[in-house]
Write a protein that binds this ligand. Structure first.
Ligand SMILES: Nc1nc2c(ncn2[C@@H]2O[C@H](COP(=O)(O)OP(=O)(O)OP(=O)(O)O)[C@@H](O)[C@H]2O)c(=O)[nH]1
Ligand SMILES: [Mg+2]
Length: 452
């Protein structure tokens, strides 16, 4: 379908939706429209201007485009972005010691003619630098999914504002391959495999000026055969639009693009051109016999930017949305392939949820009753134990008391015996004292009488 007819079909889709809102049976009318041949109008009515209206509206709104650059540290990501957009985006050198891959996104407002572009460049900081590379791709996958999730959440809102929503979904992923001339690294294959259903991957051979012409051709073939044998799906430039099909199919044949980046300008003849200067010569970035930079720029920005945006929405986001909604239990058809409306699914889910809730409530109630019973039995058992312990202590106490009583009695008896003995002794002592006193008196008297 050519781009023009695509725009027109979008406009007609919009018209159908508008009528659906007005309560018209869209299905019936759409079928009728199909069977009716277009009538040729005898005068100018004006709807042939719809595509222009659409173009004007889009131009006023501006466009947004988001690029993800995946490649190891220092492979030339920032330089290529600067060269592609002929500007100097702020960037700082990353260290090779990041503990994990970080994604850093920066958005720029660009303008060319009267077209405004909100460009977001997302960089993978620290990619390929960790000893354990197993999780390197996971942070990238998570980042892409998070952007899809934000869009889905906006779409699911009652009050949506998609027209001024900043769409952060990744439209193109430039995958930078190291110019080893050898083969892809396992990290490259694993990462691309994990991402190919989520994003449009465009592989590029970075720093292609460091590889010879013959080696480059062999390297390109090797990369493509490795991608095919590992089932990695890279983005294919569309060939269904006849205005661009020949260039796009030719470009599909020379992937991956071998690129050179530079913001340095060198004088060639009487022109200043972007180039990299070496002791042995100059590599001109925009010279097609030196590298594929121009082809990449043309394919990425000039010809297929809109297709990349569209593929992101209709293919990758759609897949994410479908999986997410299915995960939540929404389906288009029931097990007998009969269509199910969203409301029916919602009602079914609500009932399922309420059933589940009741079941859980009952389960909790039962377990509560059971626990109370168990606790009651436990407490009774404890009470019994305490009672028997109390009885035992009481018995012991009685026994002790009896023994003490016995002891007290015997002590009392002893005290009585002792008191009796003491009294007898005192009596005896008294008597002895009296008799000795009277003897002394007699002696004294006798003495006294002797003297006289
Ligand atoms: N030979 C050659 N060198 C390049 C090319 N592109 C960039 N460089 C050089 O490679 C070095 C790193 O380039 P950057 O663009 O900063 O690389 P980066 O991938 O953005 O690096 P980080 O953001 O730190 O990961 C710089 O010295 C660039 O001049 C290229 O195409 N060929
Ligand atoms: Mg950089």
């Amino acid at each position: 379908m050519c781009r023009h007819s695509l725009l027109v079909s979008t406009v007609f889709d919009l018209a159908l939706v508008t009528r659906a809102r007005a309560g018209v049976d869209v299905q019936r009318h759409a079928t009728q429209e199909k069977s009716v041949r277009p009538l040729s109008l005898s005068g100018h009515v004006g709807f042939d201007g719809l595509p222009h209206q659409l173009v004007n509206k889009s131009t006023c709104q501006g466009f947004c485009f988001n690029i993800l650059c995946i490649g190891e540290t220092g492979i030339g990501k920032s330089t290529l972005m600067n060269t592609l957009f002929n500007t100097n985006f702020e960037s700082c050198e990353s260290s090779h010691f990041e503990p994990k891959v970080k994604l850093s996104a920066k958005t720029y407002d660009l303008q060319e003619g009267n077209v405004r572009l909100k460009l977001t460049i997302v960089n993978t900081v620290g990619f390929g630098d960790q000893m354990n590379k197993q999780q390197s791709y996971q942070h990238i996958v998570d980042y892409i999914d998070t952007q899809f999730e934000s869009y889905l959440q906006e779409e699911l809102k009652i009050k949506r504002s998609l027209h001024n929503y900043h769409d952060s979904r990744i439209h193109a992923c430039l995958y930078f391959i190291a110019p080893s001339g050898h083969s892809l690294k396992s990290l490259d294959l694993v990462t691309m495999k994990k991402l190919d259903s989520k994003v449009n991957i465009i592989p590029v051979i970075a720093k292609a000026d460091t590889i010879s012409k013959s080696e480059l051709q062999k390297f390109k073939l090797k990369i493509m055969s490795e991608l095919v044998s590992n089932g990695v799906q890279i983005y294919q430039f569309p060939t269904d639009d006849e205005t661009v099909s020949s260039i796009n199919s030719a470009m599909n044949g020379i992937l991956p693009f071998a690129v050179v980046g530079s913001t340095e300008e060198v004088k060639i003849g009487n022109k200043m051109v972007k180039a990299r200067q070496y002791p042995w010569g100059v590599v001109q970035v925009e010279n097609e016999s030196h590298c594929d930079f121009v082809k990449l720029r043309e394919m990425l920005i000039g010809v297929n930017m809109e297709d990349l945006r569209e593929q992101t929405h209709t293919q990758h986001y759609e897949l994410y949305r479908r999986c997410k909604l299915e995960e939540m239990g929404f389906k288009d058809t029931d097990p007998e392939s009969k269509p199910v409306s969203l409301q029916e699914t919602y009602e079914f889910k609500r009932q399922e949820f309420q059933g589940e809730l009741q079941r859980r409530e009952e389960e909790m109630r039962q377990s509560f009753v059971q626990r109370v019973k168990e606790k009651e039995m436990e407490l009774k058992e404890k009470e019994r134990e305490l009672q028997s312990r109390f009885e035992q202590l009481k018995r012991l106490h009685q026994e002790e008391k009896g023994k003490l009583e016995e002891k007290r009695q015997s002590l009392e008896d002893e005290v009585n015996v002792f008191s009796n003995k003491k009294a007898a002794a005192e009596l005896l002592q008294g008597q002895t004292f009296n008799s000795s006193n009277s003897n002394l008196k007699k002696d004294k008297d006798r003495k006294n009488s002797g003297f006289m």
